[in-house]
Design a binder for this molecule. Sequence first.
Ligand SMILES: [Zn+2]
Length: 346
Amino acid sequence: MEMPTDTTDPCDICGATMMRPVLAVSLIGVTRTHVHRCPACGFRQVRPRLTAAEIRNLYPSDYFDDASPVGYVDYAREFQRRQREAYFLVQWLKRVRPEGQLLEVGCALGFLLAGLKRSGWRLEGVDASAFAAFYASTRCGLNVTCATLEEASFQDERFDVVIQKDLLEHVADPRGHLNETYRLLRPGGWLRLVTPNGETNLRPLMVAAARPGAMLPVLDQGHLSFFSRGHLLRLFEECGFRCHRMRVIGIRRGLRALGLLPGQGRFVRQTVAAAPSPQGAEVSGAMDTERFERLADRIDRDIAERHSRLRSWPPYFQLHRVMKQFDSLPAWCEVGYDFECLLQRL
Ligand SMILES: [Zn+2]
């Protein structure tokens, strides 16, 4: 059954009220829904919008479980990646000011924040996942609240720097989210943001869905919005941010997703029909604590087993960074897998 055009809820980018369904998908394999497209500006988004409770249910604790088919895998590798990022971020923070207040929105298990401890900055995190907040607080000793940014309701102009990686595409209302980010940054404060290139994200799914007899493609990670460079620049400007630097990263991956290099199929998982949601809302109660402890132990064990002195060595970080430079381009070449943006609150 086809979804009707959404004539009530305006496009987040241009405000037109005629988002039309263009792709039936299964969201993380649990919810059948449709990606809609705005004919006026081309912005694509999952409609109808998910409620906060529905979004929370997309990320149960097994989102972070290697053994689960959904969500993240290989947290040991993620840990090393965040260590490298933190190393360079500390250098950048020192240039911004000797100390300040930093917030990471969607901080997951707190790996990046943990790496920033030596910066001398005061660090806070929010994450909507109860397990993530549990792990970051108890295992990394961080000040992390289990909440969405909106729920956390921080005071005005509290932060000097806000980091949000791979978050904007997950929120129900990206414009509202950026307005909220603006509110809690001080004037002149910095926002470091990474979000996928909507085209490289969706193209493999569109191609797979167009094949005869195709099953429902799965939006694996729970992405809800699909931005182009133009969409992001308009949003940033209208929400009060100046874009200092924007580039695309992950060029080889992006070219694969666009079908310009072989391997487009690896981006697509398909399912016959969406299964019902496996579990209800998750709260960090006494029952969960035991389960969370077991999962946290396993993640800690994986990280310890995969620890490599070479990969934790600053010269290796430098080498890695040089190699990464070859995998990035200015943002107007919209072939990379992600947009990486450095913004300043006006
Ligand atoms: Zn639009």
